[in-house]
Design a protein around this ligand. Structure first.
Ligand code: AMP
Ligand code: MG
Length: 338
């Protein structure tokens, strides 16, 4: 346990992810080895979004199997773990509580420290691990976040963000209206690759922030009179260009020459290409998280848990309530200097 940390040995951490559609479990070491990554995804019926209570029921049902498989695949017994990390927030309350309860039960039963992890920080850390970038500007685009961030004085700071819905929400909500199965992002990407015509849609950047709700409304209105591949292509071009503009401004002002793309939407090849071009034009480089770990997964929590625990982060079992609205610029990052 803590002795292993004091002796400078690698720490083994179980990570439990449960903020939204995915229940995931993974074991990672503080040397950056992801020893397992098991997940089950709740899929809402066609045309509807995530129903928090149903997602929570799904996660409760599959949690024991997912955790046992993650330990088995890693070849680790619960008693060999040094810590148990879980997503404390932000996310959907009922779903977060499933992950927290599972983590608390394992920690209590095997007398292991409990490590609270901010889900967005974990998207950043798994991105840094898999790209090898040290001090990039971060563009986090997922179902829960659309944020441009940089590290300074012990915390991740927000340079710009969405003023309303996230980029993931935009794609999934558009998909629901267009009859595209959830999660819509990958299907929209496929359809967009067959698009030929750019349909005019509102491009809304306000200072360093983006706003996607007007774009969503306008795109939905065009479903009935447009070819779906053209509309998907146009939606991607407009929504992604808005993020590139804000990120380019951050790069210019903060003088970074590296950029990390992370979060579920960063799996999108067109988005990666647009960021790669913008950074290459400025003499810098854009890298994206390994697509295996771009969407929500236990690995992001296990790895960030190993980092956090190695620098002394843990919480008493009694304090382990979830924080559905936790902002990531409130979180102290003792394991990173800057
Ligand atoms: P996360 O919350 O990090 O798990 O990210 C989930 C979001 O990523 C959902 O909104 C998905 O639609 C979106 N997503 C996943 N793959 C892709 C893709 N290839 N292109 C665009 N969006 C994607
Ligand atoms: Mg996420």
């Amino acid at each position: 346990m803590a002795r292993r940390r004091e002796q400078g040995k690698a720490v083994l951490c179980l990570g439990i992810e449960s903020t939204a559609h995915t229940f995931g479990a993974s074991v990672a070491s503080s040397r950056g080895e992801i020893l397992s990554d098991i997940r089950e995804v709740y899929r809402p019926p066609l045309g509807s979004g995530i129903h928090p209570r149903e997602a929570a029921q799904h996660h409760s049902k599959i949690a024991p199997k997912v955790v046992c498989e993650a330990l088995r695949a890693a070849g680790v017994r619960p008693q060999d773990l040094d810590a148990v990390a879980y997503s404390k927030g932000p996310g959907l309350g009922p779903v977060l509580r499933v992950g927290a309860t599972v983590a608390r039960a394992i920690a209590a039963n095997f007398s292991k420290p409990l490590v609270p992890i901010h889900h967005a920080i974990a998207h950043i850390e798994i991105g840094l691990l898999t790209t090898g970038l040290k001090d990039p500007l971060v563009v986090l685009v997922s179902g829960g976040h659309t944020t441009v961030a940089f590290f300074s004085k012990g915390k991740w700071r927000v340079f710009g963000e969405t003023e309303d819905i996230t980029l993931g929400n935009l794609l999934d909500a558009f998909g629901r209206e267009a009859g595209i199965p959830h999660p819509a992002g990958p299907n929209i990407e496929e359809l967009a690759s067959k698009g030929r015509r750019l349909i005019e849609l509102p491009y809304i950047v306000k200072g360093n922030d983006v706003s996607y709700s007007g774009l969503l409304t306008a795109a939905i209105k065009r479903i009935s009179d447009s070819r779906l591949p053209d509309l998907c292509y146009s939606l991607q071009e407009v929504a992604f260009s808005m993020m590139v503009e804000v990120s380019e401004r951050a790069i210019a002002q903060l003088e970074h020459n590296e950029l990390l793309l992370t979060g579920g939407v960063s799996a999108n090849r067109r988005l990666r290409e647009m960021f790669a071009k913008m950074m290459a034009d400025r003499g810098g480089e854009s890298r994206a998280v390994d697509p295996k770990y771009s969407g929500d997964c236990g690995a992001q929590i296990a790895w960030t848990g190993a980092l956090a625990f190695s620098s002394g982060v843990s919480e008493p079992l009694g304090d382990s309530e979830v924080l559905p609205r936790w902002r990531f610029d409130e979180v102290e990052i003792p394991w990173r200097r800057g």
